[in-house]
Write a protein that binds this ligand. Sequence first.
Ligand code: GTP
Ligand code: 5AD
Ligand code: SF4
Length: 353
Amino acid sequence: MGQTAGPGTPAPGAGAPAGPDGTFDAVAAGLYDPSRRRVDYLRISITDRCNERCVYCMPQGLQDWKEREEILTFEEILSVVRLAVRLGFRKFRVTGGEPLVRRDAGDFLRRLGAIEGVQSLGLSTNGTLLAPLAEEIRAAGVQSINISLDTLEAESYRRLTRWDLSSCLEGIAAARRAGFPSLKLNAVLMRGVNDGQIVPLIRFAREQGAVLRFIELMPVSSLEVLTRENFLPVEEAMTRIREVMSLEPAEVRLGHGPAIYYRTGEGGIIGFIGAMTNLHFCESCNKVRLTADGRIRPCLGSHLEFDLRTALRSGQGEAAVEEVFRAAIGLKPAEHEFRDQYRPGRSMTAIGG
Ligand code: GTP
Ligand code: 5AD
Ligand code: SF4
């Protein structure tokens, strides 16, 4: 890599780190987007498939799975990660679809965790297939595990996901036993669907020693799920929580995502991901996404994607792949477009939440 600043690298003198000989060190500087945000977090979707059918994620009846050849092989993903580390990425999170439906996901995580420079490795899962794999995944070097759990009522869990609550709870129990340094539970807020579960979820998470996050519903997969009626802003969830227990800013930073954390009067820590209502939500964004079919998506809430797979399979070597990374980061939007009548292009499963 050259020593000059190109798209994606800060201009020398703009507070950028110096190398051992005092010259501008582009690698140490990492990659910066046009809004001067350092991008060092790569979320990797390893499959667009999922065993569940969450209403807010999968347009009902969706069946347009990618063909196997369209999906990056594990070898290809690992080569992308090695390059990403050289470009300054340090934090990696594996997602889906449901990542654990892909065969040999545990072995893949072990190989990913062993790459030098991968400082932080997380997994986001629906938890239902986790129980038998939790030990292996922990041993693979995964430090942080985020599990979706929108309700503790078996009936509504089934309605929301078309799967069994018990398998998710077993996954959570197995994650606890495996001793992940960070265990988080994600609940998407939906008025009239799970708003009665806000306090029960807080208490459950605390009992489990987990950090619960409430996420605003985003129009990522289909517009039908996000209506004026069922959208529940995090502010309102906070008001409802304060009717039962106090809530004070926790002044902690957990993980690498956009959540803001609070401490409850009952002793737990909960996070809020206010993607739709927090006007400053995107200011500290540090990530890009690698989709299961090999595109770099610089923002969840923008249709912009860059074709990494063609570069990867072109036989033109790393330079071509690096070019795609730089182009994607060089055009990373300053903020998402969810507030502007955004129309989803493809389902969250393909993008990787
Ligand atoms: P950690 O904070 O490191 O634990 O990870 P994370 O919050 O990035 O990961 P997780 O997979 O648990 O994501 C939680 C939710 O936050 C998901 O619904 C994501 O779609 C949402 N989210 C994470 N990053 C972004 C982002 O950059 N933009 C938007 N709009 N949503 C995001
Ligand atoms: N809005 C908000 N969060 C969503 N997730 C999936 N679809 C949506 C959506 N439309 C969340 C899941 C999971 C995380 C990775 O993404 O609940 O916890
Ligand atoms: Fe599957 Fe996760 Fe999407 Fe639900 S949110 S359908 S568990 S990928």
